[in-house]
Design a protein around this ligand. Structure first.
Ligand code: SF4
Ligand code: SF4
Length: 105
């Protein structure tokens, strides 16, 4: 299963591309300058469809990546999740330090 973009409704805002944990959303192909999803990297996480302002991304059960493609995509998603977690920890630690510093002024 994979998600598909209805290119007739896409306004190229790139939100979906920035949020996709497997980097499988591309900006324009040979035919049209619109975003599209490479089904080989889609893990059905639904993040893109939730952020899309025009609601033009939908789930298409008939589009199927192979088990190997799915495994590879999931590994990319785990790396993405680790990066996000690390970023959150870094920001939280900075905020805590800053609050403590200001409290001591
Ligand atoms: S469902 Fe998830 S993995 Fe698939 S294209 Fe959307 S954000 Fe990327
Ligand atoms: S979030 Fe929706 S409108 Fe924006 S680029 Fe992606 S598919 Fe197009």
């Amino acid at each position: 299963m994979a998600y598909v973009i209805d290119q007739s409704q896409c306004i190229n805002c790139s939100w979906c591309r920035r949020e996709c944990p497997t980097s499988t959303i591309q900006y324009y192909n040979r035919d049209e300058r619109k975003h599209w999803i490479d089904p080989e990297g889609c893990i059905d996480c639904d993040i893109c469809s939730r952020v899309c302002p025009t609601k033009c991304i939908s789930h298409q059960p008939e589009v199927l990546p192979t088990p190997e493609q799915l495994k590879e995509a999931k590994m990319r998603a785990r790396t993405w999740a680790r990066g996000r977690r690390q970023l959150k920890l870094t920001i939280r630690s900075y905020v805590d330090r800053e609050i403590a510093r200001r409290a001591n002024l």
